[in-house]
Design a protein around this ligand. Structure first.
Ligand code: NAG
Ligand code: NAG
Ligand code: NAG
Ligand code: NAG
Ligand code: NAG
Ligand code: NAG
Ligand code: NAG
Ligand code: NAG
Ligand code: NAG
Ligand code: NAG
Ligand code: NAG
Ligand code: NAG
Length: 841
């Protein structure tokens, strides 16, 4: 036999063997999924997997479930036959006329579980697992028409892009329900979802008891606990649906919200392990009815009693109240009836509005009409604005309560409010307290401001909804950019096969003459600056676009290798916090990179300049910190490649016209392949003061060396001082990091905050950034957080770890100019480090 025959045979062999031992991406009528220990269905980007499993591997019961494909400990997020397990490994998940998608045990005639769908053409139906974790049954592969989807039948986990709530057309209400126990995914006692009656709200039930209230559609605490750059949520309330859904902004963060059997709802993020970033109920006030009816629960001062009666009410049982038992709640003191006796309303702010399943809603009434309506109806005890989740509707509705007001509690960060009915005496009392303090002009200013805020909110929500629609469309149709220009290292534009067209984001090739013309023949007046590897010029292309041209000097340290490296790297990177490459140019000795032009120069130009630094207020600086973190996270995780920048510093962070940071200069970056986590180099390149100890001393670099540089950068942004060349009389032996560390331990870190910030910063935020920065510069690389953890820390208020002592490398008295970039060859130990100053900016 000749070799071609052999290969034909082996191909045939492969095709006959594969289906039983490789992961599938589709289930077809003739291609079921068996419980044979091999078969799994994997989503296209390999994020989720589906197959048979036994929870915790403790019982013989087999369930069909969805879990994260790449998380080492199987984390199940969805279960099909949760109440009907297969009791051995005979299980089979298949498509048939018996209910669409079905699970059989030994008995292949009666399904243990079925999706209850009648298929019109069973032979063409397919089942796919999407990258959102949604299992879908499609009518056929062409129409993509969804007959059934797992997201409509959630178990205990809410995933991003999964909707909870009511489908008004089918009547289906999607709830989370807890597992029975860790080893049993059966339907447990707790549930969480939308209660559509009265004024809709999210409620967590334990058994039949209301356990915690997730809040009404407006001001839902769940939606707003984190800063919007990790999560955003959308509420839909229209004739089709009444739902809530949340999305993630950074794709790299695996996140889920789980209802635990103990009645706790918890949101976790994956970074090496599942970390909780939010959970509820979290304090006594969160438990429904902790303070009984008609009282407010205020957790702000835990040492005093959290319950207070609403205005005009008094404790039902003063004795219990004195013993700090508020469960009896409050009642109205008998007096003159509150019906046509000069009664009115007192406004309560920053509170969760009362439980509203019995409330009445009228979307046609304005707030003013609402007040009149409530005043007229003597049974009405309170009223509020009914925001139905559609902020683009300018007429907002009216919600009124009749009877006891339950579960009012303080929400410090939500500006929700309602008005409670009080008698004339109480009204006068409250009116006196609030009268006179606000002048007429003040009132006018406030109402103007609230109108402005209102429109901003409308605009924002509108934008979110629109964006959200767009993303939905993209879910199924992956869009690739098709470039028509030749790549840098391609001699001709011809013969690119489709594969490479898709895989590399092609970048245009510029002619040397074009670039020379654009930069005025590399004139001195066009020069923006000079770096270690050449000069940077401003250019204007014939179409008027401004560009920055990095012209590598012929004898620069950056050889063709680094140049290729940078081009290949950056050509594949697209992120709004990374500088964008527009093209390149190679001609004989000349090598040039053409970037987008950023008018605001680099970060060091601002933060280290006496006059310019006041242009960056704290909010701006915080946004810059977050932007750099996002850019770095993208390099480390999101870009499909794992890229270590290796030279992150203030001068490599450029600012665009609206001061958004963009990381630049990838000449020294390294790509890590596959599972590689750490590498060793005998050519240490980087910048004095920003290099992690393990990198500077042993040449070891990893994502954690970038984290270290990030930490230094954050300290510099807060303090406006350089880590290198930093000197303080009281601490002559420490650099900036050392000084901050000393102050931090003494609890006086705020002393060193850039004085140009004045008192305009948020103390909490600054302290938090100090702590995050100190966590990033810890001596041991394993102690330092990953960038995804850093982003999580930046975006919520959960407690942070206590930093350990940072690395004090490179503290030497320095007498020369400003040392920036060093290159050390073969550095093996601290003593061997030889510093060659290549660049002085
Ligand atoms: C159960 O066993 C499977 C296969 O041996 C393994 O992949 C999975 O991680 C185990 N699950 C748990 C929770 O230990
Ligand atoms: C599994 O369940 C079937 C009925 O569904 C029953 O006949 C069989 O005995 C069970 N097997 C075991 C090992 O429990
Ligand atoms: C299918 O219908 C049966 C009987 O009506 C029901 O018990 C089962 O829960 C349904 N399955 C699903 C997935 O809805
Ligand atoms: C579906 O396929 C089965 C077996 O492959 C065949 O017997 C049956 O006629 C097909 N049904 C339709 C509606 O095409
Ligand atoms: C669920 O509730 C029932 C009845 O109240 C109780 O017997 C059972 O132990 C509860 N199960 C769990 C897992 O809490
Ligand atoms: C959240 O924001 C991301 C990125 O901006 C967007 O893709 C997603 O659709 C948004 N999700 C929701 C639920 O609005
Ligand atoms: C995986 O599970 C084992 C055993 O339950 C546990 O010790 C380990 O910490 C878990 N690993 C992660 C990353 O959660
Ligand atoms: C109004 O209520 C307060 C306290 O709840 C009470 O002291 C007062 O007598 C009442 N006034 C009238 C006019 O009923
Ligand atoms: C709690 O709510 C009450 C009633 O509106 C309000 O007076 C108080 O200022 C709030 N406390 C906090 C800490 O927001
Ligand atoms: C609200 O107004 C719409 C049209 O403006 C009307 O059809 C509807 O009946 C009104 N609803 C109530 C409760 O008044
Ligand atoms: C919101 O209200 C506006 C105006 O009434 C309407 O045009 C729009 O369709 C509504 N949006 C949704 C999602 O219901
Ligand atoms: C509060 O001020 C308004 C107008 O300034 C006045 O009409 C009203 O009598 C004042 N009320 C009290 C209780 O002083």
């Amino acid at each position: 036999m000749d070799s071609t025959e052999w290969s034909v045979i082996s191909i045939l062999l492969i095709f006959t063997v594969i289906p039983s031992c490789l992961s599938l991406d589709t289930i077809r009528p003739n291609q079921p999924l068996r419980d044979d220990g091999h078969d799994i269905l994997v989503s296209s980007r390999k994020i989720f997997a589906l197959g048979f499993f036994s929870p915790g591997n403790v019982s013989h019961n087999r369930y069909v479930g969805v879990w994260y494909n790449q998380v080492p400990n199987q984390t199940v997020v969805w279960v099909a036959n949760r109440d009907n397990p297969v009791n051995d490994t005979s299980g089979l998940l298949t498509i048939d006329g018996n209910g669409g998608l079905v699970i059989y045990g030994k008995d292949r005639n009666v399904p243990l579980w079925s999706a209850n769908v009648t298929l019109s053409s069973p032979n063409s139906s397919v089942v796919k697992l999407l990258d959102t974790g949604n299992l879908v049954l499609l009518e056929d592969e062409v129409s993509q028409n969804r007959l059934w989807e797992g997201f409509d039948y959630p178990t205990d986990t809410m995933l991003p892009y999964m909707k909870l709530g009511l489908n008004r057309r089918s009547g289906l209400n999607r709830f989370l329900t807890s597992w029975k126990s860790q080893g049993d995914p059966g339907t447990g006692n707790c549930s969480y979802g939308m209660n559509p009656s009265g004024f809709p709200q999210l409620i967590l039930y334990k058994g039949t008891k209301t356990w915690w209230r997730g809040g009404p559609l407006s001001g839902m605490p769940m939606a707003i606990t984190a800063r919007p750059f990790i999560f955003n949520s959308t509420v839909e309330n229209n004739q089709d649906e009444l739902t809530i859904m949340y999305g993630v902004i950074s794709d790299s963060s695996l996140t889920k919200t789980v209802l635990l059997g103990s009645g706790i709802i918890q949101r976790t993020v994956w970074n090496d392990r599942w970390t909780s970033i939010w959970s509820a109920p979290a304090g006594p006030c969160d438990y429904f009815g902790n303070c009984g009816p008609n009282s407010n629960c205020d957790p702000s001062n835990p040492s005093i009693f959290e319950c207070t009666c609403l205005p005009g009410y008094e404790p039902k049982s003063p004795a219990d109240w004195n013993l700090k038992d508020g469960s009896g709640g409050c009642v109205i003191k008998t007096g003159v009836s509150m019906c046509g006796n000069g009664e009115g309303f007192v406004k309560l702010e920053y509170v969760n509005i009362p439980e509203s399943s019995m409330a009445r809603v009228n979307m046609n009434l304005s707030l003013k009409a609402c007040k009149e309506e409530c005043l007229r109806d003597c049974s009405c005890t309170a009223y509020s604005i009914a925001n139905d989740g559609n902020e683009s509707r300018k007429v907002r509705g009216c919600v009124t309560w009749h009877g006891d007001l339950m579960d009012v509690r303080n929400l410090s960060n939500v500006r929700a409010y309602f008005f409670v009915r009080v008698n004339s005496t109480v009204l006068a009392l409250f009116a006196k307290n609030s009268n006179g303090s606000v002048s007429k002009n003040g009132k006018l200013a406030i109402s103007l401001a609230s109108v402005l805020v209102f429109f901003l909110v409308i605009f924002f929500v509108h934008w979110l909804v629109k964006k959200n629609r767009k993303d939905k469309e993209i879910e199924n149709n992956y869009v690739f950019r098709v470039a028509t220009l030749p790549t840098c290292f391609q001699n001709t534009s011809a013969d690119l096969d489709d594969e490479s067209r898709i895989n590399s984001e092609l970048i245009p090739f510029f002619d040397l003459r074009t670039i020379a013309a654009a930069t005025n023949n590399f004139s001195f007046s066009n020069k923006l600056g000079a770096g270690g590897f050449g000069s940077v010029y401003k250019g204007v292309l014939s179409n008027g676009n401004e560009v920055a041209v990095k012209r590598l000097s012929k004898n620069s340290g950056q050889g063709i290798e680094e140049f290729k490296n940078e081009v290949e790297l950056i050509a594949n990177l697209q992120h709004r916090n990374l500088v964008r490459i527009i093209g390149c140019c190679v001609k004989d000795e000349e090598k040039m990179l053409i970037y987008e032009y950023l008018p605001n120069k680099s970060l060091d130009f601002f933060i280290f300049n006496e006059k310019k630094r006041s242009l960056l207020d704290w909010t701006r600086r915080f946004e810059i910190i977050c932007g750099i973190a996002r850019g770095l996270l993208y390099l480390h995780q999101d870009s499909r490649l794992r890229i270590i920048h290796r030279d992150l510093k203030a001068s490599n962070v450029l600012l665009d016209a609206s001061m958004n940071p963009k990381i630049s200069d990838f000449g020294m970056a390294r790509i890590f392949k596959g599972d590689q986590n750490e590498a060793n180099t005998n050519r240490v390149v980087g910048t004095y003061g920003y290099m992690s100890p393990e990198y500077a001393m042993e040449g070891l670099f990893s994502v954690k060396s970038d984290v270290y540089s990030f930490g230094i950068l954050v300290l510099e942004i807060i303090t406006g001082r350089k880590n290198t060349g930093y000197y303080h009389e009281e601490y002559p032996n420490s650099n900036l990091v050392g000084h901050v560390w000393n102050l931090w331990r003494e609890g006086t870190a705020l002393e060193i905050v850039d004085s140009s910030l004045g008192k305009s910063y948020l103390v909490n935020e600054v302290v938090r950034c100090f702590q995050i920065a100190l966590l990033c510069v810890q001596d041991s690389a394993t102690d330092r957080p990953t960038m995804s953890a850093v982003l999580v820390m930046l975006s919520n208020d959960a407690a942070l770890a206590t930093p350990r002592e940072p690395a004090f490398v490179f503290k030497r008295t320095y007498t020369g100019g400003d040392p920036s970039t060093i290159t050390t060859e073969g550095a093996k130990s601290y003593n061997d480090v030889t510093c060659t100053i290549v660049e002085a900016r």
